[in-house]
Ligand binder design. Sequence first.
Ligand SMILES: *[C@@H]1O[C@H](CO)[C@@H](O)[C@H](O)[C@H]1NC(C)=O
Ligand SMILES: *[C@@H]1O[C@H](CO)[C@@H](O)[C@H](O)[C@H]1NC(C)=O
Length: 211
Amino acid sequence: MVQEGQPQGGEKRVCWPLRLWSVAVISILLLSTCFIVSCVVIYQFTGDKSDKRLSELYTYHSGLTCFSEGTRVTEKIWGCCPSTWKSFGSSCYFISIEQNFWTRSEQNCVEMGGHLVVINTEAEQNFIVQQLNESFSYFVGLSDPQGDGSWQWIDHTPFKKNVRFWHPNEPNFSEERCASIVFWNPGRWGWNDVFCDTNRNSICEMKKIYL
Ligand SMILES: *[C@@H]1O[C@H](CO)[C@@H](O)[C@H](O)[C@H]1NC(C)=O
Ligand SMILES: *[C@@H]1O[C@H](CO)[C@@H](O)[C@H](O)[C@H]1NC(C)=O
């Protein structure tokens, strides 16, 4: 009995980690399959005119990339962005490297179904700057149309005190009535007031499309 028991015990010690590994490997395989097959889908527009927003987007975008959102199977929905846009939270972002004046940049975003970006949180600011090239500055959807320091977001989101990422000593000139994001040494992204009629890159944002 003792002789039989010892090998069994030994076996168990070997088998238990093996079983754990099997479970881990199977889980990883399942997750990978889920990721490749069912958790990301490319939605190709069919020209279906039943959804107004979809048919509008169809004019400018050839497809959507969708990620499954929601933690339970019953609440699974697809959060979609145009395939060339980046997904973050409930929005999609497009970094435009076409340099234009501020109003023209906004117009371009609108034509694509969005607006110049409105930054609501520090997390959003951090996500956006990760997408940018330090050699350029980028218009955002923030302006001071009267030149009296009453900065306003393009979608009328209140301009909150705790969500401002100006560089030190900016804004510094009332004639500079548009805001840009720029990387200045020492090693920091932040906002700067600039002339609206200067050519810059820009950042567009649109709400995700949920299918
Ligand atoms: C940033 O832009 C410069 C100038 O166009 C380019 O040489 C560089 O490769 C870009 N950097 C990145 C990370 O894309
Ligand atoms: C405002 O700041 C910019 C960038 O630091 C600087 O080039 C410019 O001379 C400043 N303008 C005024 C009026 O202080």
